[in-house]
Design a protein around this ligand. Structure first.
Ligand SMILES: [Zn+2]
Length: 430
């Protein structure tokens, strides 16, 4: 049993006690309830949250394990309050684009994960026939790119390719998740500084791709999800589509919500490089309005590290990807609280809604009877300065270095058992 004066339940925060048996939440009872149990933890004023469900993580193992691996990533996840993550189908080798590659992924992850891990499949040119077998094997949905992915073995889909993939995924009532930037709008940066990089990936690139996703979702009836939304210009077409009943959702990331282009510390600040890019402060404020209004439903890290060598250079050449798996919850809470949001909002965006997106409703993402007892003790007032050397992910690179964040996970339970020195995560199927 875990007691707290601040248990964050769906839509409300109150003093309560969470009773756990055999890894599952049995009941939520009064804070001072007298229950006979083997282990009785009282967190006092430290909050108790559902474990964060991060549906956008690049682990890169096998094949690019020197970038990031299952053990390091999931240890970082656990330290940051994430108890479930869904791994992206790239940049590992092979990419997860057929059932054999999924088996390779699972073999690499088995016995190595500190949190529960599921897998996305990939939709690439020529693999329409592989989508149904992947779906049957338990992937949570399919990722595709409208523009270059950054790795040659995971090419983007052109218009007919996207149409065919969407139709096939609709036929199994699956979920397609899209990196939405229109390659016809993107340009090569004319220089290595951040302004040139930002100018090479304008909001219109996202908007045009998002409009295409909406049109294809409407045409095929597929459930579609826009990944890592950065440009607030996309909020209006998304809101319109949702009002028309199109099955389209969107996520954004901690870095788009908490950082701005002005935070980038010159050409050497490539820890901030990601695609789509981090934009200006007015855009960031508009994303917060999109979250508050429900047009954006999920916040996920898009943790996508590489080796330090690939992250060097300038904004034209460095790897695009932000490493933040251990810091996402703290970063979002820091900014959310300053903007008047409650822990119930943050856990909706980062646990309940992401669980729903992946089809884990009833199992993950909420403190409620019948759910897995994935729990996080979170001190909402604890301030700390980010020391990259103290992060568990493979390479100590993060744009949050030296920033002061408020709120940190202090203990984490996975299916009722404290996450400790030995990995006891399981591999999830849809
Ligand atoms: Zn990504």
């Amino acid at each position: 049993m875990v007691r707290s004066r601040r248990v964050v339940l769906p839509g409300e925060e109150r003093a309560a006690a969470v009773v756990v048996r055999d890894g599952t939440i049995l009941a939520v009872v009064a804070y001072d309830a007298d229950v006979d149990c083997v282990d009785d933890v009282d967190l006092g004023d430290v909050a108790l949250l559902p474990g964060i469900v991060d549906t956008h993580v690049h682990i890169n193992e096998p094949g690019r394990t020197e970038w990031e691996g299952f053990a390091t990533a999931t240890r970082a996840a656990a330290a940051g309050g994430v108890t479930t993550l869904i791994d992206m189908p790239l940049n590992s080798l092979p990419p997860t684009t057929d059932a054999a590659a999924l088996a390779v992924k699972r073999d690499a992850a088995r016995g190595a994960v500190f949190v529960d891990v599921g897998f996305w499949g990939g939709a690439v040119p020529g693999n329409v026939a592989d989508l149904r077998p992947l779906h049957d094997d338990g992937v949570f949905g399919f990722k595709c790119f409208a523009s270059d992915s950054g790795v040659p073995e995971f090419p983007p889909l052109d218009e007919p390719g996207m149409q065919a993939a969407f139709a096939e995924i609709a036929a199994v009532d699956g979920l397609v998740i899209v990196h939405a930037e229109d390659p016809a709008v993107l340009t090569d940066p004319t220089g290595g500084d951040y302004a040139a990089f930002l100018a090479s990936r304008p909001p219109s690139a996202e908007r045009r791709a998002v409009e295409r996703v909406i049109a294809l979702a409407e045409q095929t009836g597929v459930r579609a999800h826009v990944l890592h939304l950065s440009a607030a210009d996309c909020l209006a077409p998304l809101a319109d589509a949702r009002a028309r009943g199109v099955r389209v959702t969107a996520e954004t990331c901690p870095h788009y919500l908490t950082l701005t282009a002005d935070d980038v510390p010159g050409p050497a600040g490539t820890a901030f490089k990601c695609c789509p890019p981090i934009r200006d402060g007015a855009n960031r404020d508009a994303l917060w309005r999109g979250l508050a209004g429900g047009v954006i439903s999920c916040v996920v890290t898009d943790h996508s590290p590489s080796t330090p060598e690939l992250k060097r250079g300038d904004f034209a050449t460095a790897w695009g990807g932000v490493a933040s798996l251990q810091l996402g919850l703290s970063a979002v809470w820091t900014e959310a609280r300053a903007r008047g949001h409650a822990l119930t909002d943050v856990t909706a965006w980062m646990a309940a809604n992401t669980a729903d997106l992946a089809g884990l409703t009833g199992r993950k993402g909420r403190i409620a009877p019948g759910h897995d007892a994935d729990l996080v003790a979170f001190d909402p007032d604890a301030a700390f300065t980010v020391d990259p050397g103290a992060l568990h992910h493979r390479h100590p690179i993060t744009p949050y270095a030296a920033r002061t964040l408020t709120g940190r996970a202090t203990r984490t339970w996975l299916r009722g058992t404290p996450i400790g020195a030995r990995p006891h995560g399981t591999l999830l199927c849809r």
